[in-house]
Design a protein. Structure first.
Lengths: 241, 236
């Protein structure tokens, strides 16, 4: 192990963390919004909407993200004159735009299934109760179905966040210098793969550790009934709460 | 889009892409098989009574599942050669320059990550076997090896099948990443075609469709395999 090299490489890799986090955060936000829409289409009674959402999820999940990213970034070059004519070329020329587009479309597909599962797992009694007190469809969704579904989806969505943090590394293949891109640059200059792998790997592991811990905390915070159960258990009530 | 690009022979690219697809399938299949071996070994380690083994299993799955596959590929691609030369030098006094074949490096990269995901699937499958089954096997006096062969593996395989189907999908899709180190699979074949015809969209779309085809067909295979494996199980 070459510790001098590691000391030199560390600040360079840390400087690339904001790029990785920006890619992940922005794509997760767009992806979640799209996924919510697709999940609602998926559970709707309209056969056409449901089939469309199913097809989208199936196709995106069956193909590698790398192919999708290349198709958007390099593939758009084939239609340059068209994109220039409609004024979109400045977007598709930009690697950041293409990376975020590809990542968002991809996470949307995986999240759709998570959200759909959660919506369908909301206990029927809750919906019946909401109907019994006369809530309208939208109010029912906003006050009852959505909050419960979010809590049910959280553990699986936490895994999706971690997968997304890992997926941002693919942006390095279309010239973006996030953590993996910088790591590759240093490795090909120094031919010291082990040292750089240790640092870059530790960075990704720390990010993912923080993500998974945060999700656990949020889950507990969103489950007051479970906290109440715990408080009502014999041990803590004996302690005089 | 010019569909005549996809003819056979010297003028068309169909044969190059087909060869790429075959390479993708070969790498994915070998990596999946190797992944099952690695996964079984580490699942055994994680379920072991000795904490150093459990720790080893935890470190392997945590690191490989928490770090991007691309980084692992950089490590093996740039580090595999020097490790091989070091070993050759230390064991055989070999002084020359040797470079491991790209196929082997690519295969190792994919197998390492397939192994980590398989570990979790196999561990969960073993834990799903009712304790009574093992106790009954012990009660009739089966030796550990026979218990493994007759009781544990057949049942764990059935529980693991759906999870292993997912691992196969990851593995198949992950093979696209090793195009970066120059192995000519679907992605690489498409990139070569895109470069020489200046029609990147056409070629990456072809790669997209090929992957879609491979995953759809193999997915169907797994569904059938599950049906076959569950033929003796009462459905609720």
């Amino acid at each position: 192990m070459d510790f001098d090299l590691m000391r030199e490489a560390f600040p360079k890799l840390i400087a690339a963390v904001p790029a990785t986090l920006a890619l992940a955060t922005v794509s997760l936000c767009f992806g979640f919004a799209l996924a919510l829409l697709l999940a609602l289409m998926r559970v709707s009674n309209n056969r056409f909407l449901s089939a469309f959402a199913y097809g989208y999820v199936y196709i995106i999940r069956s193909t590698p993200l790398l192919v999708q990213m290349f198709l958007i970034y390099y593939g758009s070059g084939q239609f340059r004159s068209f994109f220039e004519a409609v004024g979109l070329w400045s977007f598709f020329r930009d690697a950041w735009f293409c990376a975020i587009l590809a990542l968002s479309l991809s996470t949307a597909a995986y999240s759709t299934e998570i959200i759909r599962g959660a919506i369908q797992a909301v206990p029927l009694g809750q919906i019946e109760a909401a109907r019994a007190v006369g809530m309208s469809g939208i109010l029912q969704f906003r006050r009852i179905v959505f909050p419960i579904a979010v809590r049910l989806a959280l553990p699986a969505y936490g895994n999706e966040i971690i997968l997304m943090v890992k997926s941002t590394s693919l942006a390095s293949t279309i010239t973006i210098l996030e953590v993996a891109g910088v790591a590759k640059q240093i490795i090909s200059n120094t031919y010291r793969p082990v040292e750089i792998f240790v640092i870059a790997g530790a960075i990704y592991l720390s990010i993912n550790f923080i993500v998974s811990r945060s999700v656990m905390v949020i889950e507990l915070w969103l489950s007051p009934h479970r906290r109440a159960e715990r408080a009502a258990s014999p041990v803590s009530s004996a302690a005089g709460h | 889009m010019d569909l005549s690009l996809f003819g056979w022979g010297n003028a068309g690219w169909a044969d190059e892409l087909t060869r790429g697809a075959v390479m993708t399938l070969v790498v994915a299949t070998c990596a999946f098989a190797l992944g099952i071996l690695i996964g079984s070994a580490f699942a055994a380690a994680k379920l072991s009574r000795f904490w150093p083994l459990r720790l080893l299993g935890d470190v392997y799955t945590t690191v490989v599942r928490g770090v991007p596959e691309l980084l692992i590929i950089f490590l093996v691609f740039f580090g595999g050669g020097s490790l091989l030369r070091y070993v050759a030098n230390a064991l055989f006094g070999f002084e020359g320059y040797i470079e491991p074949p790209v196929f082997v490096i690519g295969l190792l990269c994919i197998a390492v990550s397939a192994g980590a995901y398989s570990t979790e699937v196999i561990r969960a499958a073993v834990l799903a076997i009712p304790k009574g089954q093992i106790e009954a096997a012990k009660a009739v006096g089966m030796a550990p090896a026979m218990r493994l062969r007759r009781i544990l593996i057949p049942q764990a395989a059935r529980y693991a099948l759906p999870g292993m189907g997912n691992v196969w999908q990851y593995t198949l899709k992950d093979t696209s990443l090793i195009s970066i180190i120059g192995l000519v699979e679907i992605m690489r074949a498409a990139a070569v075609g895109a470069g020489s015809t200046k029609e990147p969209f056409t070629f990456y779309l072809a790669a997209f469709v090929l992957f879609l085809l491979l995953t759809s067909v193999s997915n169907r295979g797994f569904v059938r395999a599950e049906k076959w494996a569950n033929r003796g199980v009462r459905s609720r």
